[in-house]
Design a protein around this ligand. Structure first.
Ligand SMILES: NC(=O)c1ccc[n+]([C@@H]2O[C@H](COP(=O)([O-])OP(=O)(O)OC[C@H]3O[C@@H](n4cnc5c(N)ncnc54)[C@H](OP(=O)(O)O)[C@@H]3O)[C@@H](O)[C@H]2O)c1
Length: 250
């Protein structure tokens, strides 16, 4: 993929890997539409960048996704990359809280169902463009769960499956749209603040490696320690389960 001259929507762009992506992509000569709930933070960060706009949106609310898609159709009709990176987790153990259902519902709406909605609604827009791509941030937990983020891990497994279906379906219908998946490792961001681990990577380092792989058309990206997790997973899913739960001290 060409890493400049694109029009890119990035979700979760106010912090962590989304913000690192917005910074690096604008610096490379792309135009970025930054999306998240916290509008004040988005505006503050976008003001520091060349060619960045903002759209505040709660992705767990289908009506706000409809408004986002309308905004894109009217204001960025030549959008060619959609980077679905926003995510939410609850760090807890199953059977120890009454909140499990509420946690799972919020995680599923935000992490998975929003992606189903956006992929479906924006596929016709991207299909008209040159070099179009969907980029989805999943996690090593898409392969094997981290038991201290159990219902979150299930949403990433669902998203991993969806990425594979989207990629193969688009390939088989001859669509120009490519689908990239980032199986992100533990990253030092607000998201992982409750995970006690010394294995967290800086978001900017992960995004640098991710963009290099997108430039080389690597469809399934395993940054940092995820590459070792993936290697172990292919040999022994049981060992991979132990490995990931060792990394998060679960
Ligand atoms: N950090 C890790 O260790 C790790 C590991 C594997 C995978 N990941 C994945 O990496 C992605 C990025 O996370 P990060 O580590 O960079 O954490 P982060 O800095 O906390 O970023 C998550 C972003 O998602 C946005 N967000 C959350 N709920 C939202 C909603 N309902 N609507 C719109 N935006 C929402 C947040 O912004 P607002 O609060 O302003 O909405 C925030 O900017 C996530 O998908 C996460 O699952 C992270």
């Amino acid at each position: 993929m060409k890493l400049n001259g694109n029009r890119i929507l990035v979700t979760g762009a106010g912090t962590g890997m989304g913000l690192a992506a917005a910074k690096q992509l604008t610096a490379l000569g792309n135009e970025v539409l930054m999306v998240a709930r916290n509008e004040e933070r988005l505006c503050r960060e976008a003001a520091r960048l060349e060619n960045a706009g903002v759209f505040a949106c709660d992705l767990s609310d289908p009506a706000q996704i409809t408004a986002l898609v309308e905004h894109v159709r009217e204001n960025v009709p030549d959008l060619n990359w959609v980077f679905l990176n926003a995510g939410v987790t609850h760090t807890y153990k199953m059977f120890g809280t009454e909140d499990t259902i509420a946690f799972a519902a919020q995680e599923m709406e935000t992490n998975y169902l929003s992606a189903v909605r956006i992929l479906t609604l924006l596929e016709p827009v991207l299909a008209q463009q040159i070099d179009p791509a969907f980029i989805l941030t999943t996690s090593g937990t898409a392969l094997v769960p981290d038991i201290s983020n159990p219902t979150y891990s299930a949403t990433k497994a669902a998203l991993h499956s969806l990425a594979q279906s989207a990629r193969l379906t688009l390939q088989r219908k001859g669509s120009p749209i490519k689908v990239f998946e980032i199986l992100a490792p533990l990253v030092d961001s607000p998201f992982a603040k409750d995970v006690p681990s010394e294995h967290k990577l800086p978001p900017a380092d992960v995004i640098r490696d991710v963009l290099a792989d997108i430039g080389k058309d690597v469809a399934q990206i395993h940054p940092g320690p995820t590459s070792e997790l993936y290697r172990v997973f292919l040999q022994s899913p049981e060992e991979a389960l132990d490995l990931i739960n060792g990394m998060t001290n679960a």
